[in-house]
Design a protein around this ligand. Structure first.
Ligand code: UDP
Ligand code: MG
Length: 317
């Protein structure tokens, strides 16, 4: 295979403190890879400004004027990290590339692993997923919730590799296939896993954030996780039906038992406590199940409106 043209995609949201250093680091990485004969000279960076409110876009423009290998698009408002990544992948596909790597603007992922990604790509992998060696830089809470998420996803049948953030290389073929998936709330980690092409893995070290603060909080991570689950598994809906069946069976058996007791032992039913407890438990389970169904209805509702995934304001090519 010939040397590939590489596009490095960087989603940026309020990253004025990081973006300059990141671009400089990545450009010198490109230079090194070119020097070592790993990639073609026309490789480039593609930054997606996800509606930043700070000086991020100004800095990107300056960097673009200095070096045209810094290409970028700016969203009209904040659409979220997944949309920025998708826009980056679609933008790189339009500009032309043989493979694309996505990496965070704070360079928490070790950028030197990109060379290993390319090696795997040259060996024939269409998707190379970066797997973090450990979660040293994460809080205890994030470690636990992330572990729960991957476990749940696996139980539910969407087998995404654990400890894989959106740091990966995908081939041109994958970008083409992505165009066949029109869903607006595409969950990238699920998509890349189920697409059916050769996947390989590269381990890398996570660094602390270079500067600024994490753009994710508990709520945004929960939203991401829920979207991942509802767009890649219908097992929770089936679980609701099974749970309902067993609850009905339980109710029926308790009923039978009460009647038998009444007829043969002339016992009146035991006190109110049991009634209230059962009422609360079942009421709770019913509400939970309704909420679960609501999540899917919400997913259908959002997709059916077919609003654009994102809207670009300006593009620097
Ligand atoms: N990001 C984005 N849009 C958002 C939130 C985050 O494009 O609405 C970008 C952010 O600029 C960074 C990447 O997504 O490049 C990961 O964000 P961050 O490093 O804050 O997340 P963490 O590493 O703490 O999970
Ligand atoms: Mg980060």
């Amino acid at each position: 295979m010939n040397k590939p043209t590489l596009a490095v995609i960087v989603p940026c949201f309020n990253e004025e403190l990081c973006v300059k250093t990141t671009v400089e680091t990545l450009l010198s990485l490109l230079d090194n890879l070119i020097k070592n004969g790993k990639i073609r000279k026309d490789s480039y960076l593609y930054l997606v400004d996800d509606g930043s409110k700070d000086r991020t876009w100004e800095i990107i423009e300056t960097l673009h004027n200095k070096d045209k290998r810094v290409k970028a698009a700016r969203f009209i408002r904040n659409f979220g990290n997944q949309k920025a990544l998708i826009a980056g992948l679609e933008g790189a596909r339009d500009l032309g590339c043989d493979c694309a790597v996505s990496i965070d603007a704070d360079l928490q992922q070790d950028e030197n692993a990109i060379e290993l990604f390319i090696d795997e790509f040259m060996k024939g992998a269409d998707i190379v997923s970066g797997i973090r060696n450990d979660r040293k830089t994460d809080t205890f809470f994030k470690k636990i919730t992330a572990m729960m998420f991957y476990k749940t996803m696996n139980i539910l049948g969407a087998k995404i590799p654990p400890n894989h953030s959106d740091y990966r290389l995908v081939s041109r073929k994958v970008l083409d296939i992505m165009q066949l998936y029109p869903e607006k709330y595409l969950f990238l980690r699920g998509f890349f896993n189920e697409v059916g092409l050769k996947n390989s893995f590269v381990h890398f070290d996570v660094k602390p954030r270079m500067a600024g603060e994490s753009k994710f909080n508990f709520v945004s991570l929960m939203v991401l996780a829920l979207n991942g689950i509802t767009s890649y598994s219908v097992v929770p809906l089936r679980f609701v039906a099974v749970l309902g069946f067993f609850m009905a069976l339980f109710g029926f058996l308790v009923g039978v038992e009460t009647v038998i007791e009444k007829i043969f032992w002339h016992n009146s039913p035991n006190g109110w406590a049991t009634t209230i407890i059962l009422l609360c438990v079942f009421g709770g389970i019913q509400l939970f199940c309704l909420g679960l169904i609501g999540e899917y209805v919400g997913q259908v509702y959002r997709e059916v409106k077919a609003r654009p995934r994102y809207v670009k304001d300006i593009e620097l090519k």
